[in-house]
Every structure is written in structure tokens, then in C-alpha cells.
Design a protein around this ligand. Structure first.
Ligand code: F6R
Length: 614
């Protein structure tokens, strides 16, 4: 959601924080700001993208700084609502990610004490509370005790960074249910919502637990619990490099990430199959536990949910146990029936999505085993799950998911095969055969990347369309949903995905002359009936004037005459086809977005990369 940075060291805090915010802008970008503490607090903040902040930056010398890039929850994206927020006496400043749920009574208390609040945010109260605690009462003059006193009063989810003019040599930070990582340098210390904030300067980082406080100075860090007792962080070494977080010659992160998909899938598969057996990562779910699983629930949001739909097809087919899939935000509100023989598969790129995290927590209270599929090491969802299978897509900066989605599909298939192996529903040679077709996918995606030019040509001819439909059957249906979601996110136009069989039950009324309709065609070598049915669907929509954009396996001659545009994808087994069919739709969405006037496909309006509020 929001991106946060903190720095204490020898470099100029302003430029360092600005650079860090630039790398974290994907987390939120409706306003940004920086406070420098040089024995007095100077603040600059501005609504809009980071460029707006850069345009108004003055000279703010000082080597301690906190910064923030915001995705609005309480209060519109305005200069006043941008962070940092400064206390009434101008001596303390804070930045906040999350939601302070009890901000209303705290705000009232401050108003009653004669303090004027300058923003509509839930966050500002923390700055004033800190100053009050520091100025009077038993915590007077004690920065650490004051910060702890404030934290003790807050409810909700938050990462908070506190700085105080009397203590320019330190920053105090806390986390509860939102991310915060410590970067450990030589003579300098960093704080960040993720490692992108400081990866340029150090690869040594420390993970914190929930309800941990960390005090950083130039020389080190100290981890505490909210009650002030000592706690410990977990040091780790970052294995991403800075180049991975930069565009690598492409005009957008998203384009770069689409091109990284062969590696994302290859790296995700890496090490999970050897000596004829499938291996999950280290986990607290034993082979015996896996064997006893008799139902699976998949919980996820957005693109991750679409990858979960594919998990359902694969697991039901390979393991022969029922799989239910639920949008995470709905899951716990309908009292799902779970027990210790239920496996909950929680899929999340960021590992921070609040809806998915709450679904995980709910599943655990019901005794289910939770397996996370996640792209972010050390993030909250894997930490609260019984087991994790990491996707190795690397940092995904483009807000619209591409490589993480394909890596999730690959990881879901690994889970399916591991279950089939544990429950003995597939013979080892069958598993090896499926694995072999999975392993061929990265090279096939590589080959398919050449489709970029064709998709750009199609987008060029279609121009700034108003609406588009996406149809698929079987595993082509989640692909249709994902294609429609990408287009909505990037081009801001209406797009819908349907199971092609539903067409006649309503959506066909939408078909009119020249309406572009994407159809994902299953392999003619798979279930024959499915293929011939979708060929009939294409004819039906063509007959009503639609322009058909047909994604089909190379050599599928049956569809050619009904396709205004035919995009051929390499042959593979039916279940693997989504890993290929999605790729042209990612290009199409990016190209149509440009036709529709959205030049910045990395940061679509109103969206944030990780949604840490429910
Ligand atoms: C779509 C997209 C979102 C995310 C969703 C879940 O392009 O990126 O729909 O897939 O917000 O995010 P994670 O996977 O981080 O839980």
C-alpha cells in the first residue's frame, strides 16, 4: 500500500529518501513527502506523483530522514493529507502505512486539548500524541518511552516511523500487520516497506515480527516489543540486485516483466522435481498431513485468484479431491466448512494483501492447514502459514501483475503434483510426464514473446476501443478473466471475461458490429468436444458482427476462417495452455492502453501494488 523509508547515517537524507521513494512508488503514488531531522524538522510534501514533490524540493540539509509515498485510505490525496505529519509543536514527525482504527476518539481527545488537526487522515493523530507524550507526564523527555506510550494506544494495522527534533540521531519505528524491513549498513541504517528502499546501499537486512519496535541509529539497531522488553529481529541477506528493480532497457517495468516470464516460471520450478519426486519448500505440513487432505480451499484476490482457478482445475483433475475457490475478501464472511483435513492454498504475490491474510488467519482458527504461494520472502502471509512455496519471479514493480501471475500458476501446479504424489492419485511416471511438459513451458513462452509485434499491430487497428469481451472454456476461462482484468486495469475500459458456454445465456446480447471479442481456444488435441464447441461460439459471434481475436494452438486450422485476427501459440498439453495463452493478452492490454491514452502502464490510476487494507 503506502511505501515508507527511514534513514540515519552520513548521507544527505533528502536525496536518499527521494531515491528510495522512487523505487517504492509502485506501492502507492497519490502523494508523497519527506521530513529531514537536523535538530529541527523540515518537511516537504505534495499531492500527485513523485515528480510533483521533486518539483518543489528545496535545500533541506540533514542526515536523518523519513519519507512516504501514499495510497489514500482516509482523506483525499491532497498536500495536507500527504505524509509526513508534524506535531502541533513542530518537534515531531511521523509517516504511517495502514489504518489506525481508533483514530476518531484519539482525534477528539486532541481537539478537546485544543490541538488543531491539519489533515483528514487517521495518521496525523500519531504525531500529536507523540509530542504530547514527550512534552508532559511520566514519559516527558524520553523519546523511546513516548513512542511506546503512543503505540500502546493505537488499534489497527500500522507501520509507523517517528522522528523527534531533540533526537536527530535516531528513528523509532513499529509494525503491526504491515511491512517494515531494517537495512543494516556501515555507519548507516535504513528502514523500508520493502528492500527496494535500500537495496542500492546494503544487502544486509533484518526481518521484524508483528508488534515489534525498532530503534535505529547510525551504529546499529535495537528491537523491542511494544511493552519495551527486548526482542530479536531475524537477519537475512537480500538476493535481489538493484538491476532487478530497474527497467533494463524496456520502456516500462511491465514490459520488462512480461519478458522476464520465461525466467520467472523456470526459477519457480527449479529444484522442485528430482529423483522422480516432487518437493515442496521446507514446511510444517508433513507428507502424512498432505496424504490426509480431503478438500482444498483456494483464497486469493485479483490475478492471484485467477491463478487459483487454474489450481482448481489441476488439483481436481490430478488429485480427485474437491477444490473450492473463493475471493479472499468473501471467504471468512460466509462461514466456510474447514477442518484439519482441509488444505487452504493462499496465493499472493506481495504476501501482504490484507484480505488474503485475514482469510489465512480465519482458516487457521478453524484448524485447516495453510500453504502460501508467495513471491515476497519474509512477508506476512507466508509467515503466518504452515508452509510456503515461493514463486521466484523477482520483484514485480508494474502494478498490473504479469510474471508473478504466471509464476503462481506454475507454483499451483507444483502443489497439485505434490498432493497427487502424497495421495497416490498419479503414478510416478504420470507425474514425471506432467513435469516434463511443465518444464518445456519457459522455452515456449520465450518463443511466444515474438508475438509482441503482432499484438501491437492488432491494437493499432482496433484503436481506442470502448469495450471488449474475453471468452474461454475450461482452463481458457481463467485466461479470459485475466485478459479482461489486465485491459480494465491498464486501458481503463470496460472488459469482461465469460465462460464461452455462457454466451447464449445473456452476454451474446452485447455483441454488435465491430465489437472486439477475444476467444481463447483449447487445444484441438485435448477434449474434442470442447474444441468444437468453442469453434461454434466463434462462428456465433462472428455472425453477429464481432471482430474475433482468436488465440489458438499453432496448426489449429479449424478456427482460421472465423478469426479476424489469429494469434498462434505453441502446442502444449491442455492444462499448460494458460501459461502461454495469457502472454499475448498481456501485450494486447498494454498496447490498447496506449491507444486509449494511458502512457504510464506501470502505475494505473487508483491502484496500488499491494493492498494492505481490507
Ligand atoms: C492485477 C493485480 C491484482 C493482484 C491482487 C492480489 O494485475 O495485480 O489483482 O493480483 O491485488 O495481490 P497479491 O498477489 O499481492 O495478493
Amino acid at each position: 500500500m503506502c511505501g515508507i523509508v527511514g534513514y540515519v547515517g552520513e548521507r544527505q537524507g533528502l536525496s536518499l529518501a527521494l531515491e528510495a521513494l522512487r523505487r517504492m512508488e509502485y506501492r502507492g503514488y497519490d502523494s508523497s513527502g519527506i521530513a529531514v531531522n537536523n535538530g529541527g524538522i523540515s518537511v516537504v510534501k505534495k499531492a500527485g506523483k513523485l515528480a510533483n514533490l521533486e518539483a518543489v524540493l528545496g535545500d533541506m540539509p540533514g542526515t536523518t530522514a523519513i519519507g512516504h509515498t501514499r495510497w489514500a485510505t482516509h482523506g483525499r490525496p491532497t498536500d495536507e493529507n500527504a505524509h509526513p505529519h508534524v506535531s502541533f509543536d513542530g518537534r515531531a514527525a511521523i509517516v504511517h502505512n495502514g489504518i489506525i482504527e481508533n483514530f476518531a476518539p484519539l482525534r477528539q481527545e486532541l481537539v478537546d486539548a485544543g490541538i488543531t488537526l491539519n489533515s483528514d487522515t487517521d495518521s496525523e493523530v500519531a504525531a500529536h500524541l507523540l509530542a504530547r507524550a514527550y512534552n508532559e507526564g511520566e514519559t516527558a523527555g524520553d523519546f523511546r518511552a513516548s513512542a511506546l506510550a503512543v503505540l500502546g494506544r493505537l488499534e489497527g494495522a500500522f507501520t509507523l516511523l517517528f522522528t523527534h527534533a531533540d533526537h536527530p540521531d535516531q528513528i523509532i519505528a513499529a509494525r503491526r500487520s504491515t511491512p517494515l524491513i531494517v537495512g543494516v549498513g556501515e555507519g548507516e541504517m535504513f528502514l523500508g516497506s520493502d528492500v527496494a528502499a535500500f537495496i542500492e546501499y546494503t544487502k544486509n537486512a533484518v526481518e521484524l515480527d508483528q508488534d515489534n519496535v525498532v530503534v535505529i541509529t547510525r551504529d546499529g539497531y535495537e528491537v523491542l516489543n511494544f511493552d519495551g522488553t527486548a526482542a530479536e529481529g531475524r537477519p537475512f541477506t537480500i538476493d535481489w540486485d538493484l538491476a532487478a528493480a530497474e527497467k533494463g532497457g524496456f520502456d516500462s517495468f511491465m514490459m520488462k516483466e512480461i519478458h522476464e516470464q520465461p525466467a520467472a516460471v523456470r526459477d519457480t520450478l527449479g529444484g522442485h522435481f528430482h529423483d522422480g519426486r516432487v518437493f515442496l519448500d521446507e514446511s510444517d505440513i508433513s507428507e502424512t498431513d498432505l496424504k490426509s487432505i480431503n478438500q482444498v480451499f483456494v483464497v486469493a484476490c485479483g490475478s492471484a485468484y485467477h491463478s487459483g482457478l487454474l489450481a482448481k482445475y489441476a488439483i481436481e483433475h490430478w488429485v480427485r479431491i474437491p477444490v473450492q475457490i473463493e475471493v479472499a475478501s468473501e471467504f471468512r464472511y460466509r462461514d466456510p466448512v474447514l477442518d484439519e483435513r482441509t488444505l487452504v492454498l493462499a496465493i499472493s504475490q506481495s504476501g501482504e494483501t490484507a484480505d488474503t491474510l485475514e482469510a489465512v488467519r480465519h482458516a487457521k482458527t478453524q484448524g485447516a492447514k495453510v500453504l502460501a504461494v508467495c513471491n515476497t520472502n519474509g512477508s506476512q502471509i507466508p509467515r503466518e502459514s504452515d508452509a510456503v512455496l515461493y514463486t521466484h519471479a523477482g520483484p514485480e514493480i508494474g502494478v498490473a501483475s504479469t510474471k508473478a501471475f504466471l509464476a503462481q500458476v506454475a507454483a499451483n501446479y507444483i502443489v497439485g503434483l505434490a498432493l497427487a504424489q502424497a495421495k497416490g492419485t498419479k503414478y510416478p511416471d504420470e507425474i514425471a510426464e506432467i513435469w516434463a511438459s511443465l518444464e518445456e513451458i519457459p522455452a515456449k513462452i520465450e518463443e511466444l514473446l515474438d508475438v509482441r509485434e503482432q499484438m501491437a499491430g492488432i491494437a493499432d487497428e482496433l484503436g481506442a476501443v470502448q469495450t471488449m469481451l474475453f471468452l474461454g472454456r475450461g482452463v481458457g476461462f481463467p485466461v479470459a478473466l485475466e485478459g479482461a482484468l489486465k485491459l480494465k486495469e491498464l486501458a481503463y475500459i470496460h472488459a469482461e471475461g465469460f465462460p464461452a458456454g455462457e454466451l447464449k445465456h445473456g452476454p451474446i446480447a452485447l455483441i454488435e458490429d465491430d465489437l472486439p471479442v477475444v476467444v481463447v481456444v483449447p487445444s484441438p488435441r485435448g477434449v474434442k468436444l470442447l474444441h468444437s464447441k468453442i469453434v461454434s461460439n466463434i462462428q456465433e459471434i462472428r455472425a453477429r458482427g464481432a471482430q474475433t481475436i482468436v488465440i489458438a494452438e499453432e496448426g489449429d486450422e479449424a478456427v482460421r476462417e472465423f478469426a479476424n485476427y489469429l494469434i498462434e501459440i505453441p502446442a502444449t498439453s491442455s492444462i499448460m495452455q494458460p501459461l502461454l495463452a495469457t502472454v499475448p493478452l498481456q501485450f494486447l492490454a498494454a498496447d490498447i492502453a496506449r491507444e486509449c491514452g494511458n502512457e504510464d502502464i506501470d502505475k494505473p490510476r487508483n491502484l496500488a501494488k499491494s493492498v494492505t487494507v481490507e
